[in-house]
Design a protein around this ligand. Sequence first.
Ligand code: C5P
Length: 232
Amino acid sequence: MGKDVIIACDFAGREEALGFLDQFTGEKPFVKIGMELFYAEGPDIVRAIKARGHQIFLDLKLHDIPNTVKSAMAVLSRLDVDMVNLHAAGTAAMMEAALEGLTRPDGTRPLLIAVTQLTSTSEERMRGELLIDRPLDEVVMAYAQNARRAGLDGVVCSPLEAAKVHQVCGADFLTVTPGVRFADGDVGDQVRVTTPARAKEIGSDYIVVGRPITRAADPVAAYRRCVSEFVG
Ligand code: C5P
C-alpha cells in the first residue's frame, strides 16, 4: 500500500485522455480523474480506463448531507475505483456515512481521503469569509484528526505538510500530495511545491503529478523520472 505516483489526467475529453494513456505501453500508472473529465464523459470514462488495467483515484470532492453522500459513494464504489475523496468540512457524520456507502457487500471498499482546506484558500480568506478564526495549519491538522476518527484513510495535503499530518494522525494515515515539480521544471500556478525526491523524504504516501507529466515532451520519460525519484 502506498508510495506511488498518481498522474492527474486533467483532460477535457475521452479522446485526449485515452490518447495520453496509449503512450504507456510498458506500465499502468495510477491515474486521477477529476471533475472536468468526469463531468464531460461520465462514468464510462472511468470504466474505460479501469478496463485498461489502471488504478483510479476519482477526485470529485463530495460535500452534501450524509444520506446523499452515502448513496453517491455507493454508486462510485460500484465503478470499482481505488480511491475517492470528500470535504472534511462535511463533518464526521458525513464522513461516516460516506464510508458506509463505499463499503461493498464483500467488505472491500476504495480508499477514502479527505480534503481539509483547499490549498487555494488563504488564511486571510478562511478567517474573513469562512469565519474560522484559527491558524490555517491548526485547522488542517484538526480536520485531518477528525477524518481519522471518522475512519478515513488519509488526507490530501501539501507535501510540505505530510510529516506533520503523520505526526498528528499516525504513520499509517495516508498523505496524498499534489504540488510536485521537478527541480528544473515550471512551477505554473502551484505555490507551495516540492520535488518528488523531497516529497519522499518528507514522507508523502502518494504524489499527484499533472502538468510535469501530461505536458512533457516525453510523458512516459517524465513519469519514469517521477517514479525513480519518489519510489526509488
Ligand atoms: O498539473 P499539476 O501537477 O499542478 O496538477 C495537480 C493536480 O492536483 C490537479 O488535478 C489539481 O486539481 C489537484 N489538486 C491540487 N491541489 C489541491 C488538490 C488537488 O493541485 N489542494
